[in-house]
Design a protein around this ligand. Structure first.
Ligand code: GDP
Length: 616
């Protein structure tokens, strides 16, 4: 059916309820394909609806919606998760149906997975260290625990040896970054609150994040060894946030601990197990191909891509064909947190996996595929979809009006960033936090590239082309790259604390918003005679040579063309015996510069003020 449309172009129309399914990140080309139209005519129609887009540009749901309504269609955008589900379906993998089909016969108890959260400096890292050091198994093996992103400890609870898995990246940033990617790995959150400091902004934030995710909380009241520690006050404060301690009739367990002195750690683990048993039914089927989540990954010089995977169900074995996000491969070797090799890993076990062809992202789901070819095909399809979706996310939609207006006013300012980190989890947490900085409308923050590993020539080149700043988190320059960055004048900043990076970027963004000032000359006067006054210091009997001299303005003194006193203030200004606020060119006056007394005849006093520079 052809009908005239906006702009006089012919576009096949729907009947008002004709549904078109589009992938996230689709372009007008894709839409045109589905309705058998000419992409150029869709560009024209959209233009007449007040939106400008090219045929290949990825558009968001709103834009498609506007266009579809006009043309008599209903748009159904397929989310990344849905799309991925469909993609896996094409390979006969249906994860939801699989879970549903599992009954009591297949399910076995699995250890809880715990994330430690709380305000900065309240002792999250210290607590993770303390818990790690209580591990009996590690003690027996005499092994040093390595940071692989997660570790497991065991504890005897009611006569049974029970395991607990800890995510080794504290804080709610990583937790939420993973959730944003659809990965729910945490069963229980330990909220650390320092007893000497109390509930702080990030305590609340962490609590909100955990509650939003429906994750039960155990409160670790830390630093009880410190003088001035008031553990009961913490209990009181938290009741306001619906965390009521058991001893006050609530159902949240509070445990007093000292991460520093290793006190209360056992009780804390006990509380985690009790909470898990009371609030959760943690079971999984170990007898199938593994399904899990990549929680950390990096590129190792000798070993290639190294990913720490938390197995969520099934069992992962050496030799399995796996796909994690867009990375695929075959499990070549597996290690636990003590560096011991493993041949298999069951539910809730974190393992370091070697054998992926590329580095997955934190939060990517991992699954075992029937064969390596399938794993590769899934990875490739995902990569294509991801690329398209990324384009859609990055491109900020601007209406024609906004855009020309902004351009005309010189308001379009973008801070481009390249993020590099040692592990993908950190890079994602950083990007997530950076994109959340509220920068207002005038500036735009864009992460044009992110990756794992040292800062390379490529990164610097990219930064040169797009005038970007490079942020390196726990990484260094690759060989010879520093010289290149210097030569190209690329700003490369290194951090080992996420907050510092965020603070700096925020400051930079605010700086971009700050008006620029320039010095404006107000007037000048020549000293004719110097009067000494015990009350006011030296007074310069002067004649105003240009402009005017005003009281309270900034001044400097020049002798023979050289500045001998700067950043002074016209503190007193007199016409004969009277105070004056201003004295104009050609008139005589007495000028006092406060405590600055180095005045001679023929010196020039110049006054100036800082004025806001008009934006280019
Ligand atoms: P995070 O920012 O939450 O990871 O905090 P850290 O674990 O880095 O700890 C911050 C500071 O508090 C460090 O100087 C720790 O040594 C100190 N700290 C942590 N736990 C305790 C504790 O139980 N008692 C005392 N006195 N100090 C602690």
């Amino acid at each position: 059916m052809q009908a005239p449309s906006l702009g006089g172009v012919q576009v096949p129309r729907g009947n008002g309820s004709t549904t078109i399914r589009l992938r996230q990140g689709s372009s007008l080309n894709d839409f045109a394909d589905k309705i058998d139209a000419n992409p150029a005519s869709l560009v024209t129609v959209l233009f007449h609806l007040g939106e400008m887009a090219t045929a290949t540009q990825s558009l968001d749901e709103d834009t498609f919606g506007t266009l579809a309504t006009e043309l008599g269609y209903v748009i159904e955008m397929v989310s990344a998760e849905e799309e991925d589900r469909e993609l896996l379906g094409a390979f006969d993998i249906d994860l939801d149906a699989e879970l549903e089909a599992e009954g009591d016969d297949e399910l076995e108890a699995r250890p809880p997975v715990v994330t430690v959260m709380g305000h900065v400096d309240h002792g999250k890292t210290k607590l993770l260290d303390a818990i790690r050091s209580t591990d009996v198994v590690a003690g027996e093996a005499g092994g040093i625990t390595q940071h692989i992103g997660a570790y497991q400890v065991t504890k005897v609870h009611e006569g049974n040896e029970r395991a607990i898995t800890f995510i080794d990246t504290p804080g709610h940033e990583a937790f939420t970054a993973m959730r944003a990617r659809g990965a729910q790995v945490t069963d229980i959150a330990i909220l650390v609150v320092a007893a000497d400091d109390g509930v702080m902004p990030q305590t609340i934030e962490a609590l909100n994040h955990a509650q939003a995710a429906n994750v039960p909380i155990v409160v670790a009241v830390n630093k009880v060894d410190k003088e001035g520690a008031n553990p009961d006050k913490i209990r009181q404060q938290l009741t306001e946030y619906n965390l009521v301690a058991e001893e006050y009739g609530g159902d949240t367990m509070f445990v007093n601990v000292s991460a520093k002195q290793n006190m209360g750690i056992d009780e804390l683990l006990e509380a985690v197990l009790l909470t898990a048993d009371a609030a959760l039914d943690l079971r999984a089927n170990p007898d199938k191909g593994a399904r899990g989540v990549a929680i950390e990954a990096n590129l190792d010089k000798g070993r290639g891509a190294v990913a720490t995977v938390l197995v969520q169900s099934g069992t992962l074995r050496v030799g399995d064909a796996i796909v994690a996000g867009t990375a695929y491969g075959r499990v070549r070797a597996m290690f636990d947190e003590h560096g011991e090799t493993l041949t298999e890993a069951g539910p809730s076990r974190p393992v370091q996996v070697l054998g992926l062809a590329s580095v997955p992202s934190a939060g990517d789901t991992l699954l075992v595929a029937p064969e390596e070819r399938t794993a590769r095909q899934i990875a490739e399809k995902r990569e294509a979809a991801e690329r398209a979706a990324l384009l859609a996310k990055r491109r900020k939609r601007v209406s024609l009006e906004d855009f020309t207006q902004a351009l005309a006013q010189g308001k379009v300012e973008t801070l481009n960033l390249v993020l590099k980190g040692d592990v993908s989890g950190a890079v994602e947490a950083l990007e997530d936090a950076l994109l959340k900085i509220d920068v207002g409308e005038e500036v735009d923050l864009r992460v044009i590239h992110r990756g794992v590993g040292a800062i390379t020539q490529n990164d610097v080149n990219l930064a040169t082309v797009d005038s970007a700043i490079i942020i390196g988190f726990n990484v260094k320059y690759a060989e010879r790259v520093e010289a290149l960055a210097d030569r190209e004048g690329v700003d490369v900043r290194f951090y080992s604390v996420i907050y510092q990076a965020i603070d700096d970027v925020e400051a930079a963004l605010k700086g971009m918003l700050k008006p620029e000032y320039e010095e404006a000359q107000l007037g000048s006067a020549e000293i004719r005679e110097v009067f000494r006054s015990s009350k006011f210091g030296n007074i310069a009997g002067s004649i105003v040579r240009s402009g005017e001299i005003r009281r309270n303005t900034k001044a400097r003194v020049l002798r023979g063309g050289k500045v001998i006193g700067d950043n002074l203030t016209i503190e007193t200004l007199k016409r004969f015996k009277d105070d004056a606020t201003e004295v104009r060119e050609g008139y005589e006056c007495g000028i006092g510069l406060g405590s600055f007394n180095d005045l001679q005849t023929e010196d020039i006093i110049e006054t100036w003020e800082m004025r806001e520079k008009p934006r280019a």
